[in-house]
Design a protein around this ligand. Structure first.
Ligand code: PMP
Length: 364
């Protein structure tokens, strides 16, 4: 008998839709009509070419990606994008504005500083990233090469509810932990990227959506390694080298699953309902305390504290024993974190809410 699946609240790699896993399992050894595994076939062959094209098409449909944007599937995860964005778009004597709303924006800043100038448009560091700035809080340089922000901070659990207005300065967004969890207006951005392993697939691939016009304006650096050059990947349809074929294939299945749920509006409604249940329980008494300010709460990563570290450890341990796995928060925030991405089932949220109520009764 196979081990039953637990409710997996991990921050990433994270839970994938069960029908996706089942389809991948069914077809793993021999892809219907092909007779070999997706893991074994040439990336230049007809079958994989079809997978790549269909995945791109579904992404375009799902997010309404305009025709003058490229959709790229790149190796190296979101962290490589922290470097690729400035290497391609930050003139070495210029500067870019970074909005620092949590640990991941900080990491992006660290890499950008190795390439050129960085101005901090806003930082929430002083209160350990409990809030998101209002538009009026941002100090933006009209001459910046771009403005970079993180739409959802995975560790701190704070999320932008709006897209910053940059008065024509290209906007770059790290959407690693909220990609395709809610409607997205691609047109407001010059470049959007996400590591796949939370909402849209397995680890090993980053999805990049970039505007053609901006791509043409990239810094002309002859020393830029080929693999770090967006234009090369775009010209070669993400096939300059062997792409992460399995990760792209699974992403393709996830896109179909999302379209079947009614696209971004459909999944957003589900995600809002799941998060509302959890935050309502956090707010019900004073026993649990949310980390983030109420108007900045993430729909994806719900961060909360208990009255003591001891109770937090006990909670995580007992929850795990009850089949609620991966709830321990990141060490920089402490407490608990429930990551409830697209594929996280609503029954798992209900189970956590019941567990929280029981735990409070016994320990409150
Ligand atoms: N940005 C955000 C918002 C993230 O949550 C993560 C991963 N947790 C990263 C970037 C880094 O992603 P990767 O591990 O794919 O490099």
């Amino acid at each position: 008998m196979a081990t039953p699946r637990v409710f997996n609240f991990a921050a990433g790699p994270a839970v994938l839709p069960l029908p996706v896993l089942e389809e991948a399992q069914r077809d793993l050894v021999s892809m219907p009509g092909v007779g070999m595994s997706i893991l074994e076939m040439s990336h230049r062959g007809k079958f994989f070419e079809g997978v790549l094209q269909q995945t791109e098409k579904d992404i375009r449909t799902l997010a309404g990606v305009p025709d003058d944007y490229k959709v790229l599937f790149l190796p190296g995860g979101a962290s490589l994008q922290f470097s690729m964005v400035p290497l391609n778009f930050l003139p070495r004597d210029g500067s870019a504005d970074y909005i620092v709303s949590g640990a991941w924006s900080q990491k992006a800043v660290k890499e950008a500083k190795k390439v050129g100038g960085v101005k901090i448009a806003w930082t929430g560091e002083a209160d350990n990233f409990k809030t998101i700035p209002a538009q009026g809080d941002l100090t933006l340089d009209p001459n910046a090469a771009f403005v970079a922000f993180t739409s959802n901070e995975t560790i701190h659990g704070v999320e932008f509810k709006y897209v910053p207005e940059t008065a024509g300065v290209p906007l770059v967004c790290d959407t690693s932990s909220d990609m395709f969890s809610r409607p997205l207006d691609v047109k407001q951005h010059a470049l959007i990227y996400a590591g796949a392993q939370k909402n849209i697939g397995p680890a090993g691939v980053a999805l990049v959506i970039v505007k053609d016009e901006w791509l043409k304006k990239r810094v002309d650096d002859p020393k830029l390694p080929t693999m770090l050059n967006y234009a090369i990947h775009a010209e070669n349809g993400s096939m300059y080298n062997t792409p992460p074929v399995f990760a792209i294939y699974i992403m393709g299945l996830v896109m179909k699953w999302l379209l079947g749920l009614g696209g971004l509006d459909g999944i957003h409604a589900i995600n809002q309902r799941k998060a509302a249940k959890l935050y309502a329980e956090i707010d019900r008494t004073g026993f649990f305390r949310g980390h983030s300010a109420k108007d900045c709460r993430s729909l994806m990563n719900v961060t909360f504290r208990l009255p003591s570290q001891e109770l937090e450890d006990k909670f995580a341990k007992e929850a795990k024993a009850a089949g609620l796995d991966g709830l321990k928060g990141h060490r920089s925030v402490g407490g608990l974190r429930a990551s409830i991405y697209n594929a996280f089932p609503e029954e798992g949220v209900d189970a956590l809410v019941s567990f929280m109520q029981e735990f409070e009764k016994k320990n409150g």
